[in-house]
Design a protein around this ligand. Structure first.
Ligand SMILES: C[S@@+](CC[C@H](N)C(=O)[O-])C[C@H]1O[C@@H](n2cnc3c(N)ncnc32)[C@H](O)[C@@H]1O
Length: 274
């Protein structure tokens, strides 16, 4: 986006947000929960159930965005939910949605992770955002430290060979895409004390979601530039075409992982009764 186009978007961000929301809702239909990602509702609920989310579960949703996935979990499964996101605008929207949908128990805070808000939690979610973290090891150690022993970490991730210098140069400024091989990610999890208990390949389904979103954004992008959301949609067409190509050619795969926090070893005091 040029600086002039950006100014047009900033002039009426709420109208642009609404137009993009409607495009996403139409594209995802029954699978729409307000997610800002490729994660369909069915997959979200399946993962949360596998992690044990239910009434009384202490859930932390790291990089929760505008709270769509979190509020569906609270409504459908229950749980004591806290979402954290670096974007004050997203957190404000999540709080408004909490009131509108009557999910009074869900809480949202602004924060850049790591560190994580102090736990312990029974479940930590990191949905569709691992690729933004260059330093995975520090993040995963924080997740492990915030989980109760036996607690579960749910992470959806983009895996594959790291981007080449050339691929990286073609990314829009500011877009972080730290793709990593699946084997490396599994090792990183183990090293942090998070033992993978299930790894699900989700590429085909996510590729369908990307296609549906791409069609919706192309439709919006074809409208006059002054219409709400059009300039952002034009930008999203470019990024979604790239994701479509990557997922369809196998350049990048998507996976959903549930990992369990290994009980932490207590320091050896030499006293067998302690
Ligand atoms: C792709 S969106 C995903 C949102 C949500 N998980 C979903 O699936 O709808 C990524 C979100 O991560 C947030 N984010 C990125 N890096 C972050 C960080 N280091 N700490 C907190 N939030 C971060 C962004 O502000 C954005 O809202």
């Amino acid at each position: 986006m040029s600086a002039r186009e950006r100014e047009t978007v900033v002039a009426d961000p709420a109208a642009a947000y609404d137009a993009l929301w409607r495009a996403r809702a139409a594209a995802l239909a029954d699978e729409f929960v307000g997610q800002e990602s490729f994660l369909p509702r069915t997959e979200l609920l399946g993962l949360a159930r596998r992690a044990g989310v239910g009434p009384g579960t202490r859930v932390l949703d790291v990089c929760c965005g505008t709270g769509g996935p979190g509020l569906v979990l609270v409504t459908e499964l229950g749980g004591d939910y806290l979402g954290v996101d670096a974007s004050p605008v997203s957190v404000a929207r999540a709080r408004v949605a909490t009131v509108e949908r009557g999910c009074g128990t869900a809480r949202f805070v602004v924060g850049t992770v790591p560190p994580l808000p102090p736990g312990p939690y029974d479940v930590v979610l990191l949905l569709e955002t691992l690729l933004a973290f260059r330093d995975r090891a520090t993040l995963l150690r924080s997740v492990a430290g915030a989980l109760a022993p036996g607690g579960r970490f749910v992470v959806t991730a983009e895996v594959g060979r790291p981007l080449t210098g050339d691929e990286r140069r073609r990314l829009p400024p500011g877009e972080a895409v730290w793709v990593t091989p699946l084997a490396t990610l599994l090792t990183d999890l183990e090293r942090a004390g998070l033992v993978p208990v299930s790894v699900q390949e989700t590429t085909a389904r996510h590729a369908e979601v990307v296609e549906a979103l791409l069609r919706a954004y192309e439709e919006l992008a074809a409208r006059p530039a002054a219409a709400p959301g059009v300039l952002v949609a034009r930008h999203l067409v470019t990024t979604h075409r790239r994701w479509s190509r990557w997922l369809h050619t196998g350049r990048v795969h998507t996976v959903a992982i549930v990992a369990e926090a290994r009980p932490r070893r207590r320091p050896d005091t030499g006293n067998p009764t302690s």
